[in-house]
Design a protein around this ligand. Structure first.
Ligand code: ZN
Length: 205
């Protein structure tokens, strides 16, 4: 099996599991992923993790648990929890009563990359993304267009997610917008969100 075949297989599995768990893109968040964990019999452990580790999947004699970095913001936390689902569905045999620590891409490179592909498809299927992009009809993407696109997406994803998808679909040159600070740009274009403005005022005193 080639890498591409492996990744395509994982995307198909993600779509199948989405359907099984009746996932709707626009309303899939932390509460929903916790319900899936419950149904699948996976515990979420509140253990503290070293800063470099995003999450961890453990299985031993039919006991399944995941620990996730508590300091992560909601979007990367959701992504990490779905990433761990892939280890649960696919990698148990290979792990064989052990642990996968995630965030270290040198070790288990293919397993980890596969979990990223699975999570991306699960949270926001490529086809849904492609249809949205097509309906917008932009041929040369500028950073401002990416901000506008992101604001139309209800799925809980990050700017990095959007950028990587556009790269994958061949709409943006790989790495072209890596240095763009999209959140800042969004604030310049649309203003600072109310909750953030309040926090800043409080910080100033
Ligand atoms: Zn992993």
């Amino acid at each position: 099996m080639t890498r591409d075949e492996y990744f395509e297989g994982l995307k198909a599995l993600a779509r199948e599991k989405r359907m099984y768990h009746a996932v709707r893109t626009n309303s899939f968040g932390l509460r929903e992923v916790r319900q899936i964990y419950k149904k699948e019999g996976i515990r979420i452990d509140p253990w503290p993790l070293p800063p470099k580790i995003k999450a961890m999947y453990m299985c031993a004699d039919g006991d399944y648990s995941v620990a996730v970095q508590r300091s992560l913001p909601d979007e990367p936390k959701l992504f990490a929890l779905v990433h761990e689902l892939k280890h649960h569905y696919v990698d148990q045999e290979q792990i064989a009563n052990g642990v996968v620590t995630c965030g270290d891409y040198n070790r288990n490179e293919l397993i980890e990359k596969g979990a990223e592909v699975f999570a991306a498809e699960f949270i926001f299927p490529e086809q849904e993304f492609a249809e949205l992009v097509k309906s917008i009809g932009i041929s040369v993407w500028r950073p401002e267009d990416i901000v506008r696109l992101k604001r139309r997406i209800a799925a809980k994803i990050s700017y990095t997610f959007v950028r990587k998808r556009l790269e994958r679909l061949g709409l943006v040159t790989r790495g072209a917008f890596v240095t763009v600070q999209f959140k800042k740009l969004e604030e310049q274009m649309f203003g600072v969100p109310y909750w953030k403005a309040r926090m800043r005022r409080r910080a100033v005193g």
